[in-house]
Design a protein around this ligand. Structure first.
Ligand SMILES: C[S@@+](CC[C@H](N)C(=O)[O-])C[C@H]1O[C@@H](n2cnc3c(N)ncnc32)[C@H](O)[C@@H]1O
Length: 353
C-alpha cells in the first residue's frame, strides 16, 4: 500500500471496512409537490455487526424498513439540504472541526465536491471518446448524483432505490430540468439489479453500501453490471480496519455500531479492507481506497445544528418515528468518527477489458 497525501491506494493484492448519512435542495424543489408517503410495516433487527447468513424474512423486513425510512424522511431532507443525500467533502485545513461557522451554501458546495472528488479519485476519463456514456446510480436517493453525472458526461443514467417516494420525486426533479429522456429511475434492489451483464461504463454507489445486507452479493452485482473497462465507485461508511492481532471489533465498539444500525437500517458493517478483498476476489483491477473521514468531519455537526433550528425541528416533527429516531442517533456518528471506529471510505475499481 502506498500513500498519496490523504489518499491510501491499495493495489490488487491488499485488503478493506463501512457508514452513512442524509439529503439537500434545488431551486425547483419548492414548485414540485412531494409525493405522498407510503406506509409500511416492519423494522430490521441487527443482532451483530458481521453476518454470515441472512434469512429471507430478515431481508424483507430490512428492505421494507429502508423504503419506509426514505419514503418518510426524503421530503424533509430535501427541504433542509437539497437533492444530495450524502456527506460533503471539505478541505481539512480550511475548516473548523465542527463546521459551525460555515454557511449552508458552503455545505451544499461540499456535497457536490464529494461527487467531483470521487470521480477524480477513480480517474474517470473526461475525454469525449472515453467518458462514461451509460451510468447506473445504485441507491440513487432523489437523483442528485444521477442528474449531476448525466449532465457532466452527457450520459444516460439509470437510478435505482428501494423507496417509491424517492422514485417519484427523482422523476419530477429530473423532468423539471428537462433530463427525463436521459435520466430514469425505478424501484429495484441493488442486490438483484434489473439490468443485463456489462451494461454500464460507470457504476456509482454513493452512501448506499452501508444498507446492503450481503456485501459479497452487493459487490458481485456491481461487478456484474459494469462493462469491460468500466469503473465502479463505492463511497460508504465502514468500520475501522482490524489489526492483525484482532479477530473482531471490541465489544464497546460493536455496541455503538449496533445502536446506529438500529436507527438507520444498516444490517452489517465491514471494513475498507473487506471491500478490497471482495473486489480482488472478482478479479477487478486498479483497486484503490482512501479514508476521507477527516474530509467529512464538519458535515454531521452541521446536520445536527440545522436539525435543532426552528425549521429543522418543525420539519422533523412532521416526519414519522423512524426519522426522529435517526435524528436522535446523529451524535453517535460523530462519536464513532472521533473514536476512529467509523471510517468514511471510498473504494474504486475497474473491470478488465
Ligand atoms: C443515504 S441515501 C443516498 C442517496 C444518494 N446516493 C445520494 O447520495 O443522494 C441511501 C439510498 O440507498 C438506497 N438503498 C438502500 N438499500 C438499497 C437496496 N438494497 N437497493 C437499492 N437501493 C437501496 C435507499 O433507498 C436510498 O435511496
Amino acid at each position: 500500500m502506498m500513500s498519496l497525501n490523504n489518499r491510501s491506494i491499495i493495489s490488487n493484492s491488499s485488503p478493506i471496512s463501512s457508514i452513512r448519512r442524509k439529503i439537500p435542495s434545488s431551486p425547483n424543489s419548492k414548485k414540485i409537490p412531494f409525493p405522498s408517503k407510503i406506509s409500511m410495516e416492519g423494522a430490521a433487527s441487527n443482532k451483530s455487526i458481521k453476518r454470515w447468513f441472512w434469512t429471507k424474512d430478515e431481508d424483507v423486513k430490512l428492505k421494507k424498513g429502508i423504503a419506509e425510512l426514505y419514503d418518510e424522511s426524503s421530503e424533509m431532507w430535501e427541504n433542509l439540504w437539497g437533492d444530495h443525500m450524502h456527506h460533503g467533502y471539505y478541505d481539512v485545513h480550511n475548516m473548523d472541526d465542527d463546521g459551525s461557522n460555515v454557511s449552508l451554501s458552503h455545505h451544499r458546495t461540499a456535497q457536490r465536491r464529494m461527487i467531483q472528488e470521487a470521480l477524480l479519485f477513480a480517474s474517470v476519463p473526461e475525454d469525449p471518446m472515453a467518458k462514461p456514456k451509460r451510468i447506473v446510480d445504485v441507491g440513487c436517493g432523489i437523483g442528485g448524483s444521477s442528474r449531476y453525472l448525466a449532465k457532466k458526461y452527457g450520459a444516460e443514467c439509470q437510478g435505482i432505490t428501494l423507496s417509491p417516494v424517492q422514485v417519484q420525486r427523482a422523476q419530477a426533479l429530473t423532468a423539471a430540468e428537462g433530463l427525463q429522456d436521459n435520466v430514469t429511475f425505478q424501484v429495484a434492489d441493488a442486490l438483484n439489479q434489473p439490468f443485463p451483464d456489462g451494461q454500464f461504463d460507470l457504476v456509482w454507489s454513493m452512501e448506499s453500501g452501508e444498507h446492503m445486507p450481503q456485501k459479497s452479493k452487493f459487490v458481485g452485482e456491481l461487478a456484474r453490471v459494469v462493462a469491460p473497462g468500466g469503473r465502479i465507485i463505492i463511497v460508504t461508511w465502514c468500520h475501522r480496519d482490524l489489526s492483525s492481532a484482532e479477530k473482531s471489533l471490541r465489544p464497546e465498539e460493536e455496541h455503538l455500531l449496533k445502536k446506529i444500525c438500529d436507527a438507520y437500517y444498516l444490517p452489517e458493517w465491514c471494513s475498507p479492507s473487506d471491500y478490497v478483498k471482495l473486489l480482488e476476489s472478482l478479479s477487478l483491477q486498479d483497486i484503490k481506497t482512501a479514508d476521507w473521514t477527516d474530509n467529512v468531519a464538519p458535515f454531521w455537526p452541521a446536520v445536527i445544528k440545522l436539525a435543532l433550528s426552528w425549521k429543522g425541528m418543525t420539519s422533523l416533527l412532521r416526519c414519522g418515528w423512524k426519522t426522529i429516531k435517526g435524528a436522535l442517533v446523529m451524535p453517535l456518528m460523530i462519536e464513532g468518527y472521533k473514536k476512529g471506529l467509523i471510517k468514511f471510505a471510498i473504494i474504486t475499481a475497474r473491470k478488465p477489458e
